[in-house]
Design a protein around this ligand. Structure first.
Ligand code: PGA
Length: 249
């Protein structure tokens, strides 16, 4: 049985005091949740948020990382730095990174390997744009993203990963994929792509989240789908009540 995992991607929102307040509200609001509950604030908020959630069920995640261990990489943050701030999960390859900051399959792969080597857990984002969907290229794009991210990864390492399928046209647009659209791609990732890269048993154990305008009122229907194992939540993760609705769903 794959356990559900709901992760809040706070993106570039919340100052340190605001982040600490929200983190405490999330701890209180999601107490007793069956789903693994993760929050991913900005780098500067990681340590204070870690302090605020200490001893609770809520797990800390980061939004990105650099693959090098240390050195002259101005502006970048390493896996060891994230670990020292209390981080467990790291989002990698988010579409905003891919479209605004030159993230490629190659950099995603380097980051995934660095994260696993450091004993952290990657949440690997994949997904097609509207033009790609309308051009009938959804499966080709998603396959390319998954194969690129998992290049050279052993089965043991693959079992530590989480995938977030996030159709780019659904991110921050309020235009959620239908449960059928999402399930179709999730099943493709699991039964076709991951099964071919590894085997059916391994593929059946990897959690695949859906992301893109997931809200309290559409979460239950999506999360009931056979191959949807959780959510990566942007906008609705910024208010504890909204996030709670998804975690409890
Ligand atoms: P959204 O963002 O929930 O605001 O659509 C999801 C994401 O980008 O991870």
């Amino acid at each position: 049985m794959r356990r559900k995992i709901i992760a809040g991607n706070w993106k570039m929102n919340k100052t340190i005091p605001e982040a600490v307040t929200l983190a405490k509200e999330v701890v209180a609001a999601t107490k007793g949740a069956q789903a693994i509950t993760v929050i991913c604030p900005t780098y500067v908020c990681l340590a204070p948020v870690n302090e605020a959630i200490k001893g609770s069920h809520v797990i800390l995640g980061a939004q990105d990382v650099h693959w090098e261990e240390k050195g002259a990489f101005t502006g970048k943050v390493s896996c060891d730095m994230l670990k020292s701030a209390g981080v467990t999960y790291v989002i990698i390859g988010h579409s905003e990174q891919r479209s605004y900051f030159n993230e490629t399959n190659e950099t995603v792969n380097k980051k995934v390997k660095a994260v696993l080597k450091a004993g952290l857990l990657p949440i690997i984002c994949v997904g097609e744009t509207l033009a790609e969907r309308e051009g009938g290229r959804t499966e080709a794009v998603v396959k390319d993203h998954v194969e690129g991210a998992y290049k050279g990864l052993s089965k043991d390492d693959a079992l530590k990963t989480v995938i977030a399928y996030e159709p780019v046209w659904a991110i921050g647009t309020g235009k959620v994929a239908t449960k059928e659209q999402a399930q179709e791609v999730h099943a493709f990732i699991r039964k076709k792509v991951l099964s071919a890269l590894y085997d059916a048993d391994t593929a059946s154990k990897i959690q695949i989240q859906y992301g893109g305008s997931m809200k309290a009122d559409n979460a239950a229907a999506l999360l009931k789908q056979e191959d949807i194992d959780g959510g990566l939540i942007g906008g609705a993760a910024l208010k504890a009540d909204d996030f709670k609705g998804i975690v409890l769903a």
